[in-house]
Design a protein around this ligand. Structure first.
Ligand SMILES: *[C@@H]1O[C@H](CO)[C@@H](O)[C@H](O)[C@H]1NC(C)=O
Ligand SMILES: *[C@@H]1O[C@H](CO)[C@@H](O)[C@H](O)[C@H]1NC(C)=O
Length: 516
């Protein structure tokens, strides 16, 4: 009897481990960009993959402090300075020209640092086998070369909307007339001027990416590997792109089925607030306005007259203020403002007494506001913020203000708009619609990652990605359709002219012969 029981247990155990094994994938995460806010999004997803029993190896600048089961770090920490508070609060064409150069330069540097690393090199030297490589799609395609060398299918991740150089590789239409452009204003209803502006800036960005980023990365990769295909070709072979947007916020867009909206998966349940913050928030009878311009902008670099206008506007509002501010004090030392250079943003926005969020409109913060149903006053500065802010206004999550338009009166007007009970009720309902999905953002992201690993030999890219540009724009069809009638017309016209001339000649001849 005992023997039978033991055999039975052993059988169950083997079946159980077999099943477990069958669902356990070997996953490599490649995150060579040192921006904290980006990795902050991906980290939640990577941890969830590990929690589901997959063996996850993560190359990044942000190793875990505490070891996590199934989660292995290949740390690049210390190799580059973490990007924080690097940009001034300013907007001009000059910054629109400069920032893409900065982004592309950082990408090529990230590529070199990644491939130089001995632990990363061990991956290909030891011929490690991965079922899928998950990697950020942002400032470089270097990791696609690494994934190619490891012979693994790729799933791309973003922490923002589509970057201009990613439209064509996934076959997503970019039409300046109605597709919002991340770096510029205008959203989905641009003026003629804005359409021209985005057409020119888009071309500029794609040229920079192709001739600087991809060319440099390709030669960096060539120092380590033979025969890496052109990075643009590898870009088109990405199985799925997990895009950090959602149509309730950004509106309906034409996306192929392998570009999947998973906006919001980084959101976790809020934690208890620190005691002093909780008291500050709960002690305000009219609620609290939260202000933050994110981790990349130097808030204190804002022009002094703008700070003065903001402070004067805030002084007229009955709400208390919590402001993420890098310095110890604000000009004029206002009393109703809680200052700190670090704040638990998600937990603050989660508090029901927080009634508005004045934000630069980074996608993380905006997503958190949407999740908790807090109205947003959007003041976009750079990067994807103009497009996010346009989406905030178009979806009804909030209103926008331009840095250059800030005065005490204009700000007060905007604040009063978003603080009305009707506005807040609409935002709460928008928040519910955004959360109401057949599967959660995280489940969706994990599902398509596993799917890519299960069917590595299939490709799901839209045919639009493979069509030459002249065919994509139907220029050949236009040529034929306009060309054939044009040729026929030309033939008829020449015949007509010729006949006419001959007729004239012959009648002329007759006339002269009659006169003779
Ligand atoms: C899991 O990943 C680690 C680190 O990359 C590796 O050393 C280990 O062999 C992997 N385990 C399995 C079962 O593949
Ligand atoms: C994919 O194709 C390769 C090479 O043809 C083959 O060895 C492999 O078994 C295929 N994988 C799957 C999951 O079908």
């Amino acid at each position: 009897m005992k023997i039978i029981l033991a055999l039975y247990c052993a059988l169950v155990w083997t079946i159980f481990t077999k099943i477990n094994k069958a669902y356990s994938l070997n996953i490599l995460g490649v995150f060579p960009y040192e921006g904290k806010s980006h990795f902050f999004v991906f980290e939640t997803y990577l941890k969830e993959l590990a929690r589901k029993g997959h063996n996850v190896t993560v190359i990044s600048y942000f190793p875990q402090n505490e070891p996590i089961k199934n989660y292995h770090d290949i740390s690049l920490a210390g190799k580059l300075k973490i990007l924080e508070e690097v940009f001034p609060i300013k907007r001009s064409y000059w910054t629109i020209i400069q920032i893409p150069i900065f982004v592309v330069n950082s990408g090529t540097q990230n590529c070199k640092t990644l491939l130089e690393d001995k632990n990363v090199q061990n991956l290909w030297k030891a011929k490690s086998k991965f079922d899928v490589v998950v990697t950020e799609q942002f400032n470089s395609d270097c990791s696609l070369g690494l994934a190619y060398a490891l012979n693994a299918p790729v799933v791309g991740l973003t922490s923002h909307a589509l970057v201009p150089w990613h439209f064509s590789r996934f076959g997503v239409p970019f039409n300046p007339s109605y597709v919002s452009f991340m770096l510029l204003n205008g959203g989905t209803k641009p003026t003629l001027y804005q359409r021209l502006e985005r057409t020119i800036v888009d071309t500029y960005l794609r040229i920079i990416y192709k001739y600087f980023s991809q060319r440099v990365d390709q030669s960096t990769l060539a120092q380590y590997f033979n025969n890496i295909p052109p990075l643009e070709v590898l870009g088109r072979n990405i199985k799925f792109l997990l895009l950090y947007t959602h149509f309730v916020h950004f509106g309906s867009n034409l996306l192929p089925q392998n570009v999947i909206e998973v906006g919001g998966y980084h959101l976790k349940n809020s934690k208890q607030l620190p005691e002093d913050l909780r008291k500050f928030i709960e002690g305000s009878p009219h609620g609290v306005i939260y202000i933050s311009f994110g981790s990349m902008l130097k808030a204190a670099s804002m022009p002094r007259d703008k700070i003065d206008s903001i402070l004067s506007a805030l002084a007229e509002l009955p709400q208390r203020i919590i402001w993420k501010w890098d310095e110890k004090t604000l000009p004029r030392n206002p009393k109703n403002i809680y200052l700190s250079n670090w704040l638990p943003q998600n937990d603050i926005l989660a508090h029901p007494n927080v009634v508005a969020f004045y934000s630069h409109c980074g996608l993380l913060g905006t997503t958190e506001a949407l999740y908790h149903g807090v109205p947003v006053l959007a003041m976009p500065i750079f990067g994807d913020q103009p497009a996010n802010a346009a989406a905030v206004e178009e979806s009804g999550l909030g209103v926008q203000i331009e840095l250059k338009d800030i005065t005490k009166e204009s700000l007060l007007k905007k604040f009063k708009t978003i603080l009305t009970p009707e506005f807040r009720a609409k935002v709460k309902s928008l928040s519910q619609a955004w959360l109401d999905r057949p599967t959660s953002a995280m489940e969706t992201a994990v599902h398509w990652t596993e799917f890519a690993a299960r069917y590595p030999n299939f490709t799901f890219r839209s045919a639009a990605a493979d069509v030459p540009l002249y065919q994509y724009l139907c220029l050949d069809i236009l040529c034929v359709l306009l060309g054939i009638p044009a040729v026929i017309m030309l033939i008829i016209l020449t015949c007509h002219l010729n006949c006419n001339r001959k007729f004239k000649q012959s009648t002329g001849n007759k006339k002269t012969s009659k006169n003779e």
